[in-house]
Write a protein that binds this ligand. Structure first.
Ligand code: F6P
Length: 341
C-alpha cells in the first residue's frame, strides 16, 4: 500500500512531539502552502494568462518590478492576512511592515517573505521561488519594527518553494531539513526528500564572475585557487554554475553540495551586499545550517547578525561546510593586522 506523507501530516506529527502546542503553526504552514500552490499555478500558466513581463514600476529597493512580483506579493498577503495566525508581515515588495486589517484576529507569528525570488528569470522560463521566514511575536500586540529586527537564530521556521520542473517546498523548523514535491493531481505537497544533508566537501562553486574586478581580496584568492584546478593549491578541478536564482542555487547545493557566494563588492559602496538579510539570507542560512552546511557574510555567521532595518542587504557565502570555512579563514588572514602576518 502506498503511504504518502503529506506536508500537513508531517508537520502535525512533528508538532505532537511538543505537548501543549496550539496547532496554530501547522495551520500557518498550510496557509503558506496554499499561497504557494496559487503562485505555482500562475508561474506555470505564464503567458497563457498574460502574467509575464515588466510591470513598469519599481519596488522599495529601486528594482524594476515584474508583473509576477506584484501578483505573487498580493497572493501572499491576501492568503495570510485574514487567517488569524499572523501578527504582521514583511515583504520584499513593500517598504513598511504589513499590518493585519483591524477586522481580522491577530496571531502569534510574524512572516517575512520574498514572494518571487530570481524574478529576472521568469521571462526566460527558468526556475524562480518564494522564500519565507517565520518569527514568534509577542501575543496581542501590533508588531513594531523591533519585533521584526531579530537575529536569524530566533527563526522558528524557514523555507522556500521552487517553481521548477517540479514545484517543491524545502522546510526547516529547526529539526533538520525536509523536501516536499507538489503532486499537481491531488494538490498536496508530499514528502519526497527526507532529512536532507549537504556534503561537507565540494568541487562546485556559484558566483557571478562578471563582478570579479569588484571583489575583496579573500574572494579573489578563493576563486583564483579554484580556477587553477589540479595544478593549483587545491589540487583538484572545480566546476562553476550561476543560475542567478538563489532558490535554484541553494536547492542544487542541498542536493549535491557546492558553495554559493554573493559577496560584498566595491561597485556601489552604499550597498553592503546584494541579498536581503531578513527574507533571503536568514531563511537560507537556517536551512543550510540545519542541513549540515555553513553560512557567513565572510566575517560573521549570518544567523548572528543583528538586523538594523527591514530591507538590509548582506554579503552571503553559503554551502558545503569545509569550503565556507576555508573562505572565512581567507577573510581572517586578510583582516590580520600587518604586524601579525
Ligand atoms: O534578488 C536576488 C537574486 O535574484 C538572487 O536570486 C540571485 O542569486 C541574484 O539576485 C542574482 O544576481 P545577479 O543578477 O547580480 O547575478
Amino acid at each position: 500500500m502506498v503511504n504518502n506523507v503529506t506536508l500537513t501530516q508531517f508537520i502535525i506529527e512533528q508538532q505532537r512531539e511538543y505537548p501543549g502546542v496550539s496547532g496554530a503553526f501547522t495551520l500557518l504552514l498550510n496557509d503558506i502552502a496554499t499561497a504557494c500552490k496559487q503562485i505555482s499555478h500562475r508561474v506555470n500558466r505564464g503567458n497563457l494568462i498574460g502574467v509575464l513581463g515588466s510591470a513598469d514600476s519599481e519596488n522599495v529597493q529601486g528594482e524594476v518590478q515584474k508583473k509576477l512580483d506584484i501578483i505573487t506579493n498580493e497572493i501572499m498577503i491576501n492568503s495570510l492576512n485574514w487567517t488569524g495566525h499572523l501578527a504582521g508581515m514583511v515583504s520584499e515588495e513593500v517598504d513598511d511592515i504589513i499590518t493585519i486589517p483591524a477586522h481580522y484576529p491577530k496571531g502569534k507569528y510574524l512572516a517575512l517573505f520574498d514572494p518571487l525570488d530570481g524574478s529576472s528569470n521568469i521571462d526566460v522560463n527558468l526556475t524562480v521561488g518564494t522564500i519565507f521566514s517565520i518569527l514568534r511575536c509577542r501575543e496581542g500586540v501590533d508588531p513594531a519594527l523591533e519585533d521584526f529586527l531579530r537575529v536569524g537564530s530566533e527563526q522558528v521556521c524557514a523555507g522556500f518553494v521552487l517553481y521548477g520542473p517540479s514545484t517543491m517546498m524545502i522546510l526547516t523548523t529547526g529539526h533538520g531539513v525536509n523536501g516536499f514535491t507538489l503532486d499537481q493531481d491531488i494538490g498536496e505537497f508530499i514528502l519526497t526528500h527526507p532529512a536532507i544533508k549537504i556534503p561537507e566537501d565540494t568541487n562546485e562553486f556559484a558566483i557571478n564572475m562578471s563582478n570579479q574586478r569588484f571583489w575583496e581580496a579573500p574572494v579573489k584568492r578563493y576563486i583564483e585557487e579554484c580556477l587553477q584546478g589540479q595544478e593549483g593549491p587545491r589540487g583538484k578541478d572545480f566546476n562553476m554554475r550561476w543560475i542567478a536564482s538563489m532558490v535554484s542555487e541553494v536547492y542544487r547545493i542541498l542536493t549535491r553540495g557546492g558553495v554559493f557566494m554573493y559577496p560584498y563588492d566595491l561597485r556601489d559602496p552604499s550597498k553592503p551586499g546584494r541579498l536581503r538579510l531578513m527574507y533571503e539570507a536568514n531563511p537560507m542560512a537556517f536551512i543550510i545550517e540545519q542541513a549540515g552546511g555553513a553560512c557567513s557574510n565572510g566575517r560573521e555567521r549570518i544567523l548572528d547578525i543583528k538586523p538594523q532595518s527591514l530591507h538590509q542587504r548582506v554579503p552571503v557565502i553559503l554551502g558545503s561546510k569545509n569550503e565556507v570555512e576555508r573562505l572565512v579563514s581567507y577573510y581572517q588572514d586578510a583582516d590580520k593586522p600587518a604586524s601579525s602576518s
